[in-house]
Design a protein. Structure first.
Length: 136
């Protein structure tokens, strides 16, 4: 289903609020537990942030502009981890804004359990969860 263009334009803050109402967003600890039980963490931060701040061990690194192509289970350019539409995916950006929009886009592709991390990578790190040196 292609999203409809609203008759009246809305601002990004309103769009973000609407999108987040459709997501079951997760805390850093919940994301960690989900990854340990077979879910997929997807880091969409750009290279400079990953190099500066580090990486989440085991997270799939996919730059935002490639996300839909790499996570679409039906796509010809999919990552090996994109096994089916029931995959539990947690999208992670730097602070939890772009990841909400990205997760909503994945949902439009049929990834029904796609969501994002509240507070992004910065919240993950602040929670004391594992981080490694930044090179993907």
């Amino acid at each position: 289903m292609v999203p409809e263009v609203p008759e009246t334009p809305i601002g990004i803050d309103d769009l973000l609020e609407r999108v987040r109402r459709t997501l079951d967003r997760v805390s850093p600890r919940d994301a960690y537990d989900l990854a340990r039980s077979g879910g997929l963490l997807v880091d969409i931060r750009y290279a400079e942030l990953r190099e500066r701040d580090g990486l989440i061990p085991g997270a799939l690194v996919v730059e935002r502009n490639e996300l839909e192509w790499r996570l679409d289970p039906l796509g010809s350019h999919r990552a090996p981890e994109a096994v089916d539409h029931d995959l539990r995916v947690v999208v992670i950006c730097n602070e939890g804004y772009a990841s909400s929009l990205a997760a909503a886009s994945l949902r439009q592709l049929g990834l029904r359990y796609a969501t994002d991390l509240v507070g992004g990578f910065q919240a993950w790190r602040a929670a004391g969860l594992p981080v490694t040196e930044g090179r993907a």
